[in-house]
Design a protein. Structure first.
Length: 113
């Protein structure tokens, strides 16, 4: 596990001034699992998921650059209230969704899509 404190300058910027939505003091926690043989995979994945689930009650956001799952729900959560504004920017500058890898904002996915 890697624990990164979110303090200082990032917490002094207004939530809607940038795309980054984590502006409250807190921590970003990266949980990673590594296995050496295929037989170890199930136990390592179970540990990562159990650790993540035990920390969920303390969570108040997601760090967009560390998402392993890039589902629409998590991407929207990661950008928070900035998502709708980012969709408008995407429609203007990338209407064909050429830049679509990773944490994609779809140009046709407004707040009610």
């Amino acid at each position: 596990m890697i624990i990164v404190p979110l303090r200082g300058a990032i917490t002094r910027v207004n939530l809607t001034d940038t795309a980054f939505a984590l502006r409250e003091p807190g921590y970003e926690i990266d949980i990673a699992g590594v296995w050496n043989t295929p037989e170890e995979k199930a136990e390592v994945v179970r540990w990562v998921q159990a650790t993540r689930n035990s920390l969920r009650p303390f969570a108040h956001g997601v760090y967009i650059n560390q998402l392993g799952d890039t589902s629409d729900q998590l991407v929207r959560s990661g950008y928070g209230p900035n998502y709708a504004r980012l969709v408008q920017i995407k429609k203007k500058y990338d209407p064909n969704n050429v830049l679509r890898l990773n944490q994609n904002i779809k140009p046709d996915s407004g707040p009610n899509a």
